[in-house]
Write a protein that binds this ligand. Sequence first.
Ligand code: AKG
Ligand code: FE2
Length: 334
Amino acid sequence: MPLLPDFGGSVGILLFEMFDPWHSSSSSRSLSLPMEVPLIDCDPRTRSDAEVARDIDRALRDVGFMAVRNLGVTPQRIEEVFGTARRFFDGAEEEKRRCAYVAARENFGYQGLGQESLDPDRPGDLKETFTMRNLLSEQVATERWPDDEFRASISTFFADALAAAQRLQRLLALALSMPSEFFVDRHNGENITLRLLHYPPVLRSVIDPEQMGAGAHTDYGMLTLLFQDAVGGLQVQSEKGAWHDVPPRPDAIVINSGDLLERWSNGRYRSTCHRVLPREQGVERYSIALFVDPDSDTRVEVLPSCIPAGGAAVYPPVSAGEHLQAKIEATHRA
Ligand SMILES: O=C(O)CCC(=O)C(=O)O
Ligand SMILES: [Fe+2]
Protein backbone atom coordinates (compact mmCIF):
# COMPACT_ATOMS: atom_id res chain seq x y z
CA MET A 1 0.00 0.00 0.00
CA PRO A 2 1.51 3.36 -0.89
CA LEU A 3 2.27 5.46 2.14
CA LEU A 4 0.95 8.61 0.59
CA PRO A 5 -2.12 9.12 -1.61
CA ASP A 6 -2.16 10.88 -4.95
CA PHE A 7 -3.98 14.17 -4.64
CA GLY A 8 -3.52 15.26 -8.25
CA GLY A 9 -1.86 18.48 -9.27
CA SER A 10 -3.82 21.13 -7.39
CA VAL A 11 -1.83 24.15 -6.34
CA GLY A 12 -2.07 25.12 -2.70
CA ILE A 13 -3.75 23.35 0.17
CA LEU A 14 -7.21 24.39 1.09
CA LEU A 15 -7.87 24.50 4.77
CA PHE A 16 -11.38 24.63 6.03
CA GLU A 17 -12.65 26.14 9.20
CA MET A 18 -14.04 23.20 11.10
CA PHE A 19 -16.64 22.74 13.74
CA ASP A 20 -14.58 22.28 16.87
CA PRO A 21 -16.15 19.85 19.35
CA TRP A 22 -13.33 20.43 21.86
CA HIS A 23 -13.19 24.19 22.05
CA SER A 24 -16.42 25.60 20.67
CA SER A 25 -19.00 26.72 23.19
CA SER A 26 -21.66 26.92 20.48
CA SER A 27 -23.41 23.82 19.19
CA SER A 28 -23.85 25.19 15.68
CA ARG A 29 -21.47 24.13 12.92
CA SER A 30 -19.53 27.12 11.61
CA LEU A 31 -19.46 27.62 7.84
CA SER A 32 -16.20 26.63 6.27
CA LEU A 33 -13.98 29.49 5.20
CA PRO A 34 -11.21 28.35 2.87
CA MET A 35 -7.73 29.46 3.87
CA GLU A 36 -4.62 28.43 2.03
CA VAL A 37 -1.32 27.01 3.28
CA PRO A 38 0.91 27.90 0.34
CA LEU A 39 2.50 25.15 -1.69
CA ILE A 40 6.02 26.13 -2.68
CA ASP A 41 8.17 24.41 -5.26
CA CYS A 42 11.87 24.54 -4.34
CA ASP A 43 13.22 22.76 -7.42
CA PRO A 44 16.57 24.46 -8.09
CA ARG A 45 16.46 23.34 -11.74
CA THR A 46 13.42 25.47 -12.49
CA ARG A 47 13.32 28.18 -9.84
CA SER A 48 15.89 30.72 -8.68
CA ASP A 49 16.79 31.15 -5.01
CA ALA A 50 15.37 34.67 -5.13
CA GLU A 51 11.98 33.40 -6.34
CA VAL A 52 11.81 30.67 -3.72
CA ALA A 53 12.98 33.02 -0.94
CA ARG A 54 10.20 35.43 -1.85
CA ASP A 55 7.57 32.67 -1.66
CA ILE A 56 8.87 31.38 1.68
CA ASP A 57 8.93 34.88 3.11
CA ARG A 58 5.31 35.43 2.16
CA ALA A 59 4.12 32.05 3.48
CA LEU A 60 5.76 32.42 6.88
CA ARG A 61 4.49 35.98 7.17
CA ASP A 62 0.90 35.19 6.21
CA VAL A 63 0.36 31.74 7.69
CA GLY A 64 3.50 30.58 9.53
CA PHE A 65 3.04 27.25 7.71
CA MET A 66 3.86 26.12 4.19
CA ALA A 67 3.98 22.91 2.18
CA VAL A 68 7.26 22.58 0.31
CA ARG A 69 8.12 20.34 -2.63
CA ASN A 70 11.48 19.31 -4.06
CA LEU A 71 13.57 20.02 -1.02
CA GLY A 72 15.71 16.98 -1.74
CA VAL A 73 14.34 14.33 0.64
CA THR A 74 13.26 11.48 -1.64
CA PRO A 75 9.95 9.58 -1.23
CA GLN A 76 12.00 6.37 -0.82
CA ARG A 77 13.91 7.84 2.11
CA ILE A 78 10.65 8.94 3.73
CA GLU A 79 9.01 5.53 3.23
CA GLU A 80 12.04 3.84 4.75
CA VAL A 81 12.00 5.91 7.90
CA PHE A 82 8.23 5.50 8.32
CA GLY A 83 8.87 1.75 8.14
CA THR A 84 11.44 2.11 10.92
CA ALA A 85 8.94 4.06 13.04
CA ARG A 86 6.21 1.45 12.52
CA ARG A 87 8.51 -1.40 13.46
CA PHE A 88 9.48 0.35 16.66
CA PHE A 89 5.99 1.39 17.76
CA ASP A 90 4.51 -2.02 16.84
CA GLY A 91 7.23 -3.73 18.87
CA ALA A 92 7.28 -5.15 22.37
CA GLU A 93 6.40 -2.89 25.31
CA GLU A 94 9.49 -3.98 27.20
CA GLU A 95 11.71 -2.88 24.34
CA LYS A 96 10.06 0.54 24.41
CA ARG A 97 10.54 0.74 28.16
CA ARG A 98 14.21 -0.11 27.79
CA CYS A 99 14.55 2.99 25.59
CA ALA A 100 12.48 5.19 27.91
CA TYR A 101 12.75 8.95 28.05
CA VAL A 102 14.63 9.79 31.21
CA ALA A 103 14.65 13.57 31.61
CA ALA A 104 13.76 16.76 29.78
CA ARG A 105 17.36 17.97 30.12
CA GLU A 106 18.42 15.13 27.83
CA ASN A 107 15.29 15.01 25.62
CA PHE A 108 15.93 11.51 24.31
CA GLY A 109 13.91 8.32 24.28
CA TYR A 110 10.47 6.75 24.26
CA GLN A 111 7.39 8.25 25.88
CA GLY A 112 4.03 6.48 26.04
CA LEU A 113 0.48 7.79 25.87
CA GLY A 114 -0.22 10.74 28.11
CA GLN A 115 3.36 11.45 29.12
CA GLU A 116 3.58 14.83 27.41
CA SER A 117 1.07 17.67 27.27
CA LEU A 118 2.01 20.04 24.49
CA ASP A 119 -0.74 22.21 25.94
CA PRO A 120 0.29 22.13 29.62
CA ASP A 121 -3.26 23.09 30.69
CA ARG A 122 -4.68 19.86 29.30
CA PRO A 123 -4.36 16.18 30.13
CA GLY A 124 -1.61 14.18 28.44
CA ASP A 125 -1.45 13.87 24.66
CA LEU A 126 -2.78 10.70 23.02
CA LYS A 127 0.44 9.90 21.23
CA GLU A 128 3.59 7.90 21.77
CA THR A 129 6.92 9.30 20.69
CA PHE A 130 10.57 8.53 20.24
CA THR A 131 12.60 11.73 20.64
CA MET A 132 16.25 12.12 19.66
CA ARG A 133 17.96 15.38 20.47
CA ASN A 134 21.46 15.90 19.07
CA LEU A 135 21.34 12.41 17.67
CA LEU A 136 24.77 12.31 16.04
CA SER A 137 26.54 13.36 19.25
CA GLU A 138 26.79 9.87 20.80
CA GLN A 139 26.09 11.40 24.21
CA VAL A 140 23.44 8.78 24.83
CA ALA A 141 24.57 5.23 25.62
CA THR A 142 24.19 2.77 22.73
CA GLU A 143 21.78 0.57 24.70
CA ARG A 144 19.29 3.44 24.92
CA TRP A 145 18.71 3.10 21.17
CA PRO A 146 16.31 0.35 19.98
CA ASP A 147 18.96 -1.36 17.78
CA ASP A 148 21.63 -0.73 15.16
CA GLU A 149 19.24 -1.01 12.23
CA PHE A 150 16.93 1.61 13.76
CA ARG A 151 19.86 3.91 14.42
CA ALA A 152 21.29 3.55 10.90
CA SER A 153 17.92 4.25 9.27
CA ILE A 154 17.32 7.29 11.49
CA SER A 155 20.80 8.68 10.90
CA THR A 156 20.48 8.38 7.13
CA PHE A 157 17.11 10.13 7.14
CA PHE A 158 18.38 12.78 9.54
CA ALA A 159 21.26 13.69 7.20
CA ASP A 160 18.87 14.28 4.29
CA ALA A 161 16.31 16.17 6.37
CA LEU A 162 19.01 18.36 7.89
CA ALA A 163 20.39 19.19 4.43
CA ALA A 164 16.86 20.25 3.44
CA ALA A 165 16.58 22.37 6.58
CA GLN A 166 19.89 24.07 5.86
CA ARG A 167 18.75 24.92 2.39
CA LEU A 168 15.70 26.62 3.90
CA GLN A 169 17.90 28.43 6.42
CA ARG A 170 20.00 29.87 3.59
CA LEU A 171 16.89 30.94 1.71
CA LEU A 172 15.56 32.63 4.84
CA ALA A 173 18.88 34.42 5.34
CA LEU A 174 18.50 35.69 1.78
CA ALA A 175 14.94 36.84 2.45
CA LEU A 176 16.08 38.69 5.58
CA SER A 177 19.21 40.26 4.01
CA MET A 178 21.50 38.33 6.35
CA PRO A 179 24.76 36.53 5.47
CA SER A 180 23.96 33.20 3.87
CA GLU A 181 25.34 31.08 6.76
CA PHE A 182 23.81 33.18 9.56
CA PHE A 183 21.24 30.58 10.65
CA VAL A 184 23.26 27.49 9.67
CA ASP A 185 26.18 28.66 11.85
CA ARG A 186 23.91 28.86 14.90
CA HIS A 187 22.44 25.37 14.46
CA ASN A 188 25.23 22.88 15.04
CA GLY A 189 23.04 20.07 16.34
CA GLU A 190 22.97 20.59 20.11
CA ASN A 191 19.23 21.30 20.05
CA ILE A 192 18.28 19.84 16.69
CA THR A 193 15.81 17.09 17.47
CA LEU A 194 14.22 14.35 15.41
CA ARG A 195 11.02 12.87 16.73
CA LEU A 196 8.91 9.90 15.62
CA LEU A 197 5.24 10.22 16.54
CA HIS A 198 2.48 7.60 16.61
CA TYR A 199 -1.15 8.41 17.27
CA PRO A 200 -2.90 5.10 18.02
CA PRO A 201 -6.67 4.69 17.75
CA VAL A 202 -8.54 5.67 20.91
CA LEU A 203 -12.11 5.17 22.05
CA ARG A 204 -14.08 8.32 22.61
CA SER A 205 -15.79 6.70 25.55
CA VAL A 206 -12.55 6.17 27.47
CA ILE A 207 -10.64 9.36 26.78
CA ASP A 208 -10.95 12.62 28.60
CA PRO A 209 -12.93 14.99 26.31
CA GLU A 210 -10.12 17.51 26.81
CA GLN A 211 -7.46 15.18 25.45
CA MET A 212 -5.84 15.83 22.07
CA GLY A 213 -3.49 13.78 19.94
CA ALA A 214 -1.15 16.72 20.45
CA GLY A 215 -2.41 19.69 22.46
CA ALA A 216 -2.43 23.22 21.03
CA HIS A 217 1.05 24.73 21.02
CA THR A 218 3.56 26.74 19.06
CA ASP A 219 6.92 25.19 18.22
CA TYR A 220 9.80 26.47 20.27
CA GLY A 221 12.73 26.97 17.95
CA MET A 222 13.46 28.23 14.44
CA LEU A 223 11.82 25.83 11.97
CA THR A 224 10.01 22.49 12.06
CA LEU A 225 9.94 20.08 9.12
CA LEU A 226 6.97 17.73 9.41
CA PHE A 227 6.59 14.52 7.43
CA GLN A 228 3.13 13.00 7.80
CA ASP A 229 1.38 9.93 6.45
CA ALA A 230 -1.93 10.10 4.57
CA VAL A 231 -4.23 10.02 7.61
CA GLY A 232 -4.42 13.69 8.58
CA GLY A 233 -5.41 15.35 11.86
CA LEU A 234 -3.02 18.29 12.01
CA GLN A 235 -4.78 21.63 12.39
CA VAL A 236 -3.56 25.22 12.50
CA GLN A 237 -5.26 28.08 14.29
CA SER A 238 -6.15 31.31 12.55
CA GLU A 239 -5.72 34.68 14.22
CA LYS A 240 -9.44 34.62 14.98
CA GLY A 241 -9.04 31.35 16.85
CA ALA A 242 -10.67 29.00 14.31
CA TRP A 243 -9.03 25.64 13.57
CA HIS A 244 -8.19 24.62 10.00
CA ASP A 245 -7.20 21.17 8.75
CA VAL A 246 -3.81 20.77 7.10
CA PRO A 247 -4.49 17.84 4.77
CA PRO A 248 -1.46 15.68 3.99
CA ARG A 249 0.06 16.05 0.53
CA PRO A 250 1.96 13.14 -1.00
CA ASP A 251 4.88 15.12 -2.29
CA ALA A 252 5.36 17.96 0.17
CA ILE A 253 6.89 18.54 3.57
CA VAL A 254 4.94 20.76 5.97
CA ILE A 255 7.20 23.44 7.39
CA ASN A 256 6.45 25.99 10.07
CA SER A 257 8.25 28.81 11.82
CA GLY A 258 8.74 28.59 15.58
CA ASP A 259 8.97 31.02 18.50
CA LEU A 260 12.64 31.87 18.04
CA LEU A 261 12.25 32.72 14.36
CA GLU A 262 9.28 34.91 15.28
CA ARG A 263 11.56 36.75 17.71
CA TRP A 264 14.54 36.97 15.34
CA SER A 265 12.26 38.41 12.66
CA ASN A 266 10.53 40.87 15.02
CA GLY A 267 7.21 39.12 14.42
CA ARG A 268 7.51 39.15 10.62
CA TYR A 269 7.27 35.35 10.65
CA ARG A 270 4.55 33.83 12.77
CA SER A 271 4.86 31.04 15.28
CA THR A 272 1.40 29.69 14.55
CA CYS A 273 -0.51 27.63 17.09
CA HIS A 274 -1.32 24.08 15.95
CA ARG A 275 -2.58 20.77 17.33
CA VAL A 276 -3.39 17.20 16.30
CA LEU A 277 -6.84 15.69 16.82
CA PRO A 278 -7.07 12.34 18.63
CA ARG A 279 -7.53 9.27 16.42
CA GLU A 280 -11.09 8.25 17.06
CA GLN A 281 -11.81 6.62 13.71
CA GLY A 282 -9.87 3.42 14.27
CA VAL A 283 -7.03 4.57 12.00
CA GLU A 284 -3.63 5.14 13.49
CA ARG A 285 -1.42 7.98 12.33
CA TYR A 286 2.35 8.37 12.06
CA SER A 287 4.36 11.53 11.63
CA ILE A 288 7.99 12.56 11.92
CA ALA A 289 9.16 16.00 12.99
CA LEU A 290 12.59 17.60 12.70
CA PHE A 291 12.88 20.51 15.11
CA VAL A 292 15.60 22.81 13.86
CA ASP A 293 16.50 24.73 17.00
CA PRO A 294 19.53 26.95 17.72
CA ASP A 295 22.52 26.04 19.88
CA SER A 296 21.94 26.86 23.55
CA ASP A 297 24.40 29.75 23.74
CA THR A 298 22.72 31.60 20.86
CA ARG A 299 21.43 35.00 21.85
CA VAL A 300 18.28 35.46 19.79
CA GLU A 301 17.96 39.15 19.17
CA VAL A 302 15.79 40.92 16.58
CA LEU A 303 17.72 41.13 13.29
CA PRO A 304 18.57 44.66 12.13
CA SER A 305 16.87 44.08 8.77
CA CYS A 306 13.57 43.37 10.58
CA ILE A 307 13.42 46.69 12.40
CA PRO A 308 11.54 49.21 10.27
CA ALA A 309 13.00 52.70 9.83
CA GLY A 310 12.03 54.67 12.91
CA GLY A 311 10.65 51.48 14.51
CA ALA A 312 11.87 49.35 17.39
CA ALA A 313 12.48 45.73 18.32
CA VAL A 314 9.27 44.25 19.71
CA TYR A 315 11.07 41.41 21.50
CA PRO A 316 13.92 41.66 24.01
CA PRO A 317 16.84 39.26 23.39
CA VAL A 318 16.56 35.73 24.81
CA SER A 319 18.98 32.86 25.30
CA ALA A 320 17.94 30.06 22.94
CA GLY A 321 18.93 27.41 25.48
CA GLU A 322 16.84 28.94 28.26
CA HIS A 323 13.80 29.41 26.04
CA LEU A 324 13.91 25.86 24.63
CA GLN A 325 14.56 24.17 27.95
CA ALA A 326 11.80 26.06 29.79
CA LYS A 327 9.31 24.97 27.11
CA ILE A 328 10.39 21.32 27.22
CA GLU A 329 10.28 21.20 31.02
CA ALA A 330 6.78 22.75 31.06
CA THR A 331 5.28 20.07 28.83
CA HIS A 332 6.86 16.88 30.15
CA ARG A 333 5.83 14.78 33.04
CA ALA A 334 9.11 12.88 33.14
O1 AKG B 1 2.27 15.12 14.41
C1 AKG B 1 2.05 16.22 13.93
O2 AKG B 1 1.45 16.37 12.87
C2 AKG B 1 2.51 17.49 14.61
C3 AKG B 1 3.27 17.29 15.88
C4 AKG B 1 3.71 18.59 16.46
O3 AKG B 1 3.15 19.63 16.20
C5 AKG B 1 4.87 18.64 17.37
O4 AKG B 1 5.35 17.57 17.81
O5 AKG B 1 5.35 19.76 17.65
FE1 FE2 C 1 4.34 21.32 16.81
